[in-house]
Design a protein around this ligand. Sequence first.
Ligand SMILES: [Zn+2]
Length: 448
Amino acid sequence: MLGVDEEEAAELLQGAVQITWSPADETAACLGMFVITMLARTFSNVGTPADPNICTSWELIINSAQPLAEKAQKLYCTIDAKRFYCGLGVDDFHFVERRPTKILCLLAASFCAAQVTNYVLNLPRGRVSRQGVLINFNEWPGVPLETWEQEADLGALQFAGVGAVGNAITYALQHLPVRGQAALIDPKPVSHGILNRCLWFDENDIGQPKAIVLAEKAGAAASKLVFTPYVKTVQQARTDLGEFNCLVVGVDSRRARRNLQNEMPLEVFDASTTGVTEVVFHHNRQFNGHACMACIYHETEAERTFAHHIAEMLNVTVEDVAEAYISAAASEKICARYGQLVPSTILGKAYDSLFRELCATDKLMTPEQKQVLAPFAFVSQLAGTVLAIELFLRRLQPSRSGNFNYWRVSPWRGIFTDLQQTRAQKSDCEVCAQSDYKWLAQEIWKQK
Ligand SMILES: [Zn+2]
């Protein structure tokens, strides 16, 4: 039913969970299907109302549905147009009549999936709160329901990288009334290691260019958003596309983000994930005087330490990792440690991407042989959903961009608007503080 073969199932976590809703409840069904779509990328056994798995140890009950897995421990979830709750207790909920729009169900589904994952895997205490997660949609996104029916013209977008976060953004955009043109830029093919974080990709796509697969699938789902694939690097695509007026960034590393800001886009929407811990949203526009993407992702001690860690794990030097992409000599060294890899298939791949893929398929050999938590689809999807909502709302109401330019959201803890920040430009930023950066940007964008 989940469309996985035995080999793939073996690599999913050996968890079982039942997701239960009443078939008559359209909102619950919408939320439930989103939860299942995400959890099926993580767990080997996810039961639905139509095909229940009654022997699970955990069952998620949506909107007071009748339980199906009698002996399972229960998690409860309720959602309406104003708020969403998921946790161990039964919420004292007074339903309003209006149903939430699909995009809010998708947003809520990431938090549901995190609660379920926490309890099924029995993750260390402290990742989730005993009170569960409670989200008031009036606080964020904070717009009347009518807003979700207005069509927004997104204009021309350039997606830099269409891996996990790029998948998630386009997955969210199909549930918003948007029109526009999106260039999907990614030189690499779909690989096995990213399947558990990419909702659009499956086994049949392995080896096909990510940009082409995503343009076909996301294009078929979003009627007024036209996707054009570019199986190229961002620098190569710039020759075809000219200046980047709005880069939508979903690349793997801080370093790659700094390089992208150097392309001097007029505007940047960026979303990233910090392992499984949290997601980060960032938006900037030239000449607004606030932080650029390189200010946000400046080189840190942690990054230097992480580069050391990647070098150690992949059997290469820190200097190799600093080059960002795997050279022929480095590919030989990596394959000497990881016999399942072939030099020609990893040549030219970003170090950060290969590292994450090895994490995801649990192939990474740590000196202590301890299990590395694979990245979860619901974390990437939360990053993409937050970005898509802000992009949509900021196009409808440009002044919204003044609210914040940086926001961290935890899939485990819920939404806290007091974490929304307006970060200032860094006086020593390696990109926007360069003496000719502002002058060049003005030359490029003076007519815009
Ligand atoms: Zn900067």
